[in-house]
Design a binder for this molecule. Structure first.
Ligand SMILES: CC(=O)SCCNC(=O)CCNC(=O)[C@H](O)C(C)(C)COP(=O)(O)OP(=O)(O)OC[C@H]1O[C@@H](n2cnc3c(N)ncnc32)[C@H](O)[C@@H]1OP(=O)(O)O
Length: 417
């Protein structure tokens, strides 16, 4: 517990949970909404739900919970996921977030979580705490009249089949499929029971906008194995007597190309619709190239998504794989200490690598935030150097770092938390 004047940072307990939930609602500008206390109680990891208490009143909140993050190469790394960050308007800019964040990050490091991740509400908040944007999302809208359908020569899965599945079936087949899928997608995170209960409507979060039953379609290969699924809703619209509806894709998982082709063909052929909208696709997603006219899949939005903070440099960098052999010395500035110092990042021919302390001259100088951006390989050192966010102490060092850190498939995370 830490103290500053009359405001104390304390871990939330059963007794103070209700006040904490109220503060989250106030901070997220939805005062008066149901508290979702029961849902919160089920995920009250002891010591990881923090409140800033002014007497009985909670005036700032922060919560973290354990997640598994897929790394380049397919390993899972224990990460601390930070969420529910709020400070009540009357108490802002007095350092309450700073105190809670420092406490929570130090505890995460002590627990052995090598990185912390979060989804940032605003760009300007988390760089100061050593987080950097580490994955990107791309929103797309397909104009079905222009698209010309899926390319004719893509035959789809030989012997595969599609079935609409009920929400109960989705709850059964989704977790296993997702576990297989997330191991081939760097930047993906595991989905817990609450995720699937929420998606299938078994659990209706009181704070959500209301749950409407979506459609779910599963793809099975010739052997009957589930290899993909799409969850979608249809927004009906009519231009007079002409249908003008939109397919809104909520979730799309495909283990291979034939599955992706089958599912996208299905989604682009829904009667009464002229558009398909996907809010969050990976930057490397091949979807536009599956269409006869890729220009029909316009980008509606592209932005940073997962932010990442390295807490334990040797553990984090030993856990991922590397694209090439090489060695780059990084001088990391980190006022909070976690990643500070000079590190030799070394990788061998087999793709194994590590970061070790060194006294050698640095090749690149960067902040902890930039290190977080580089870690999953979705951002390049060359681009950060061009923006003045990484300093090249040796010409060519940024490109050398990129050759180590780049990934065949760009890191991506489809899930907010
Ligand atoms: C992972 C998530 O949960 S994302 C959700 C984040 N929450 C929200 O967006 C809800 C609305 N906003 C808020 O509740 C608050 O403004 C918070 C939580 C973002 C910041 O809380 P505060 O207690 O005011 O932060 P604190 O006083 O520790 O500020 C630390 C520094 O960050 C800066 N800062 C805080 N918020 C922002 C912001 N939105 N944009 C830019 N800078 C910011 C402050 O100016 C301060 O800078 P300084 O040290 O140079 O003076």
């Amino acid at each position: 517990m830490s103290q500053d004047g009359a405001i104390e940072i304390k871990a939330v307990t059963e007794e103070t949970l209700s006040a904490w939930c109220h503060a989250v609602n106030v901070g997220f500008l939805r005062a008066g909404a149901p508290l979702a206390e029961e849902v919160r109680r089920q995920r009250l990891f002891p010591g990881r739900t923090l409140g800033a208490f002014e007497g009985e009143r909670v005036v700032a909140t922060l919560r973290s919970f354990p997640l598994q993050l897929t790394l380049p190469g397919g390993a899972s790394l224990a990460a601390s996921a930070v969420t529910a960050v709020t400070t009540t308007q009357t108490h802002r800019r007095r350092g309450l977030l700073t105190r809670m964040m420092r406490q929570d990050l130090a505890a995460a490091k002590d627990r052995g979580e090598a990185v912390a991740i979060l989804i940032a509400a605003e760009y300007g908040i988390y760089g100061r705490f050593g987080f950097g944007p580490a994955t990107r999302m791309v929103g797309r809208k397909i104009d079905l009249k222009r698209a010309g359908g899926i390319r004719a020569e893509l035959a789809g899965a030989v012997g595969g089949r599609l079935d609409l599945v009920s929400m109960a079936e989705l709850g059964k087949l989704g977790p296993e499929l997702h576990e297989r899928w997330r191991r081939q997608q760097p930047g993906a995170i595991n989905r817990d029971e609450q995720h699937w209960k929420t998606v299938t409507g078994e659990l209706v979060l009181p704070v959500s906008d209301g749950w409407k039953e979506p459609f779910a379609v599963a793809h099975r290969d010739a052997a009957g194995q589930v290899t993909g699924l799409a969850v979608y809703q249809v927004k009906s619209d009519w231009d007079g007597v002409v249908p003008d509806g939109t397919v809104q894709v909520k979730d799309f998982l495909a283990l291979d190309l034939p599955t992706a082709v089958s599912l996208w063909r299905y989604l682009t052929e829904v009667d009464w619709t002229t558009k398909v909208v996907v809010e969050n696709l990976g930057p490397d997603d091949p979807l536009p190239l599956l269409l006869t006219d890729p220009r029909a899949a316009t980008i509606t939005e592209t932005a940073d998504f997962t932010w990442l903070r390295v807490l334990d440099v040797p553990t984090a960098f030993a856990a991922r794989r590397y694209a090439a052999a090489g060695r780059v010395v990084l001088e990391v500035t980190d006022p909070d200490g976690f990643a500070a110092g000079r590190w030799a990042l070394e990788a061998d021919q087999e793709g194994a690598g590590r970061a070790v302390r060194t006294e050698d001259e640095p090749d690149l100088a960067l902040s902890a935030s930039a290190l977080g951006s580089l870690y999953l390989g979705a951002e390049s050192a060359s681009r950060l150097a061009a923006a003045g966010l990484v300093e090249e102490c040796r010409p060519g060092a940024a490109f050398a770092a990129d050759q180590l850190l780049t990934t065949p498939l760009k890191a991506w995370n489809p899930d907010s938390f």
